[in-house]
Design a protein around this ligand. Sequence first.
Ligand code: UDP
Ligand code: MG
Length: 241
Amino acid sequence: MAIQKLSIIIPAYNEGNTIHLILDKIKAVNLTNDIQKEIIIVNDCSKDNTEMAINAYRHANSELDIQYFKHDINKGKGAALHTGISKATGEYLIIQDADLEYDPEEYNDLLKPVVAGFADVVYGSRFMGSNPHRILFFWHTIGNRWLTFASNMFSNLNLTDMETCYKLFNTQIIQAIKLTEKRFGFEPEITIKISRIPKIRIYEVGISYYGRTYDEGKKIGWKDGVRAIYCILKYGLFKAR
Ligand code: UDP
Ligand code: MG
């Protein structure tokens, strides 16, 4: 199946400082094989100027296919993604945080094994390849590696970066999965659930990482790491599907 459109799902919570910058980067990317872009923004009840920034951007860029949805209460990244995924109409979709930690130019790297006809799912790994990676928190890296290791044990996958934001999915496949984790538990839940799909073809490619600090707006915290362990056990051990 030739891919004609990529849906780009952006969960946004208090990202008024960067949302227009990431949209500019997405606008600038020319996707391989003339693939079109559909941008789906889910405002997870931001309390800052995120909505204003999005409206202004849409007004100034009416040629772009931007869909906008919002939550009445703050529900979490996972819940924002559930909303966005359900609205996607591209054959494939990718998850894009509203900050600048990842580089949209690299969509083409993730699309490569899809366009070549090999992949149903592609993860962008911050822990492989020679792309630039910002040097930041030691304990986060240990935490990420440990969570990936635990998730691999239950999913029997050999991923190097389960927690990465850049995950590209065949839209039909992900829309058929029942997802329940409303916050950062999304990552282990989806990883373990896709690993259970018979004959699924999962790939990984190296990506860059321009990590941000908490001063710069990062929201994930140690409690999310604890939740991730719980989710790996819950979905890996106790829930067959
Ligand atoms: N986010 C959200 N709802 C929340 C918390 C975060 O939609 O309650 C969004 C946030 O705006 C960002 C993405 O989820 O686009 C990931 O958040 P963050 O960058 O803090 O986490 P990390 O990149 O460390 O996983
Ligand atoms: Mg981020």
